[in-house]
Design a protein around this ligand. Structure first.
Ligand SMILES: NC(=O)c1ccc[n+]([C@@H]2O[C@H](COP(=O)([O-])OP(=O)(O)OC[C@H]3O[C@@H](n4cnc5c(N)ncnc54)[C@H](O)[C@@H]3O)[C@@H](O)[C@H]2O)c1
Length: 292
């Protein structure tokens, strides 16, 4: 099977950059979102990033223009997936929403089309059963921000065919990302399982008063050589995103230790979601973090 046409569903923090990677990789790519404002924002953000890439000499003006010629934006799922060879879903991290989107995609996309989910934690077997093509469903997990982070986790469930997993690996490579293949499913995959263990421990140390969150970030960076501390990373990727991921894990395991910690719940309720709202654990202005 040859992949020529890509559809990315959901134009939020992840979807717009995944779509750009597809267009840069030579695929005719459609980015779809129910929310037309999200599509407008996606277009503006991508134009800004690509202009910077041209200025820095990362790509030529010609390459940029060709990539944008291959990239279209639409609120219509039919238009996006109707003739796609490969679909990457990047809507909100809620299982019921993803199941509904996959059911719609299964009705709209040609039978041979592969349907991949960019979920941070949800294994595709929890979604594949709403389709008539479970062998063509897999996880394809990009990292935030997708245009910067050179990695993808492709996860092959028992339902996923070998061919589907191989094609997802090839598509990742064509999008210029380093991909690893997980041969069986596990919620949270590799990177996030390691990250959650760190975040859980960091939050417990903070909530139990052992150290301030800023000092926990400092020691994680200085002693462990992490580029960002766990609280800085939560602010960067969105505290609400972290909340949904933790809630989803708890729904799957039923283990009270997997519940989102009080600090995260309080932040979400207060609308302090990190960089995107100007305040999370730290405060931000348009120019970056406000020193404190
Ligand atoms: N943010 C991260 O750090 C990160 C990293 C890796 C993976 N992910 C995963 O990527 C997915 C998207 O996360 P995000 O951070 O981009 O979320 P986001 O909230 O920024 O964007 C989600 C987008 O999906 C759209 N949407 C919602 N329902 C839709 C539907 N039925 N059809 C079409 N569009 C719909 C929303 O309008 C929104 O624009 C999630 O599964 C998340 O777990 C997120």
């Amino acid at each position: 099977m040859r992949v020529n046409k890509l559809a990315v569903i959901g134009a939020g923090s992840m979807g717009h950059q995944i779509a750009m990677l597809g267009a840069l990789g030579g695929y005719s790519t459609v980015l779809q979102d129910l929310n037309e404002e999200a599509l407008e924002k996606a277009k503006g953000t991508l134009e800004g990033i690509m202009d910077k890439w041209v200025k820095k000499g990362k790509i030529s003006e010609g390459d940029k223009n060709e990539a944008f010629n291959r990239l279209t934006f639409t609120p219509s799922l039919e238009e996006a997936a109707g003739n796609a060879d490969f679909v990457i879903e990047a809507v909100v991290e809620k299982l019921d929403v993803k199941r509904e989107v996959f059911q719609q995609l299964d009705n709209i996309a040609p039978p041979q089309t592969i349907l991949a989910t960019n979920s941070s934690t949800i294994v595709s077997s929890l979604i594949a059963d709403v389709t008539e093509r479970p062998d063509r469903v897999c996880n394809m997990h990009f990292f935030f921000p997708a245009l910067v982070m050179d990695c993808v986790e492709v996860v092959k469930g028992d339902h996923t065919s070998e061919e589907t997993a191989q094609i997802a690996m090839e598509v990742s490579e064509q999008m210029n990302r380093t991909a690893v293949l997980l041969h069986k499913e596990i919620s949270g995959f590799i990177a996030n399982r390691i990250l959650f263990a760190i975040q859980k421990e960091a939050m417990s140390l903070y909530e139990n008063g052992y150290a301030d969150f800023k000092d926990i970030d400092t020691i994680t960076k200085k002693a462990l050589s992490h580029p960002l501390g766990p609280f800085e990373l939560l602010d960067l990727s969105g505290i609400d995103v972290g909340y949904y991921v933790m809630q989803q894990q708890y729904n799957e395991t039923g283990n009270p230790l997997d519940q989102p910690p009080k600090t995260i719940v309080d932040k979400v309720e207060a609308g302090e979601l990190g960089r995107k709202t100007g305040k999370g654990f730290y405060e931000y202005s348009e120019n970056g973090r406000v020193r404190s």
